[in-house]
Structure formats: C-alpha cells, structure tokens
Ligand binder design. Structure first.
Ligand SMILES: CC(C)(COP(=O)(O)OP(=O)(O)OC[C@H]1O[C@@H](n2cnc3c(N)ncnc32)[C@H](O)[C@@H]1OP(=O)(O)O)[C@@H](O)C(=O)NCCC(=O)NCCS
Length: 213
C-alpha cells in the first residue's frame, strides 16, 4: 500500500476517530490529533491530543497532510480555508470500503466513510463528509462543506448547496435541489426543492422552522 506519511487531524471527536481509522486504513502511516479545547482535551481514543489550531499552524511542516474532523459544517469549512491559506493542504480521505466511480469527483478536505457509494458523474465539493453507508447517485452536485450523514441516500441529479446537513437515513428524490446552509432532519423524505437556511423534517419533508443565519 502506498505510504502517505503523517496526517494531522484537527478535531478530537467521535468523528475524529472515524477519520483516523479511515486514514490509517487508506495508507497514512500515523495520525496526530489537535483540538482547540487542548490542553483540557488531551486524548481521543488511542491517541494523545498534541496541540490546538495555533500549534498545528506552527508545526505544519512536520506533517504531510491535514484533515479537519469537525462535524459543524461552517466551522469545518472555516478551519479548512484558514489552513489552506497558511499552506497546509487539506487531503481527501477515502475509507477503502467506499465505492467511488472513476467518473465521479471528490474535493480536497472531504472524507468519504466506510461503505459509502458515489456514482458516476457525481461531484462532491471541498470539505464535505460523505458518512458511513451514505449513497450519492449519478450526476449529483454536492456543494462545499456539505455533510451527508450515515445511511442517507440521494437520488440521481440531486443538488445540495454549501454547508447543508443531510441527516441520518434521509432520502432525497432524484433531481431535487436543496439550498445552502439548510438541515434535512434524520429520516426525512425529501420530494421537492428546499430553500436555503431552513430545517425540514418528516415524510414528506416539510419546513420545521426558519433559522437565522
Ligand atoms: C431536525 C433536527 C436538527 C431538529 O433538532 P432540534 O431543533 O434540536 O429539534 P427538537 O429535538 O427540539 O425537536 C423539535 C420538534 O421537531 C420534531 N423533530 C425533531 N427531529 C425530527 C425529525 N428528524 N423528524 C421528525 N420530527 C422531528 C420533534 O419531535 C419535536 O416535535 P414537537 O415539538 O412536536 O415535540 C434533529 O432532530 C435532527 O434530525 N438532526 C439530525 C441528526 C443526525 O442526522 N445526526 C447525524 C450524526 S453523524
């Protein structure tokens, strides 16, 4: 297996453990964790937390790549952009059991978890999470910072705007367009287009509240 070297992971969270596991299985030699709650947060799983974002910036040259394992879409994007501007390049992490069409594209800083499937001509943006067992069918367009939670399914040609969160087990009908910064609740069945900045739940999914951005 190709060796990628040392990976720095920002975010000592449950998702951080998932990212570390996928990284080590996909060829990274070692991982080092950072978290802005350091030193109060000093370990995650088997790994010590060795600093916060500032320490990571100072030590950037010691690492061969960076992943940001923060579930909040806005914060994840903000951190990824910050590091990118500092010359520390976010890498794409793909669990070896994920199936990604050679005709699909996956952006930098995106994590594709175990058992996820991304079909031909789907385009996944920068800093996304395609979580465990999620499926993204042909021709989908997934904006930067989107999180597709475990077991969610997007039909062909679905468009999802920047920083939107698709909840656990949600299903989105083919060709539906979902705006930026929205939340699709777990288990929702989305059959029509969704505006930006709203939360929708249920079957068929309906707007729950209008959130201030
Ligand atoms: C939609 C969601 C964001 C709402 O969270 P919230 O604002 O904290 O909402 P609350 O839990 O206070 O519930 C508010 C109301 O919405 C209902 N509700 C919440 N989530 C719902 C869902 N997914 N489907 C249907 N109804 C839901 C609640 O029953 C409650 O109804 P009530 O006022 O009649 O009692 C959240 O429930 C959700 O689905 N999050 C996604 C979780 C997920 O996918 N995690 C993945 C981790 S990897």
């Amino acid at each position: 297996m190709k060796s990628n070297g040392r990976l720095a992971i920002l975010g000592a969270s449950g998702h951080g453990k998932v990212v570390a596991d996928a990284a080590l299985l996909s060829g990274w030699n070692s991982v080092a964790f950072f978290d802005d709650a350091w030193p109060a947060v000093s370990e995650v799983g088997l790994w010590p937390v060795v600093g916060d974002s500032h320490v990571l910036m100072e030590q950037a040259l010691q690492y061969d790549g960076l992943a940001v394992a923060i579930g909040d879409n806005g914060i994840r994007l903000e951190k990824l952009r910050l590091f990118e501007r500092s010359g520390l390049h976010p890498v794409t992490i793909i669990h070896p059991s994920a199936i990604i069409s050679s005709f699909a594209s996956v952006g930098a800083g995106t994590v594709v978890c175990a058992g996820a499937v991304i079909n031909p001509f789907a385009e996944i943006g920068f800093g996304c999470i395609v979580n465990t067992g999620a499926t993204v069918d042909h021709d989908c367009r997934i904006g930067d910072g989107v999180h597709i939670s475990p077991g969610a399914h997007l039909g062909g040609g679905v468009q999802v705007g920047r920083a939107t969160w698709i909840g656990l087990g949600a299903c989105v009908k083919q060709c539906v367009r979902i705006g930026e910064d929205s939340i699709v609740g777990m288990g929702a069945v989305v059959i029509r287009d969704v505006s930006a900045g709203v939360t929708i739940v249920g079957n068929p999914a309906r707007e729950m509240e209008v959130r201030s951005s």
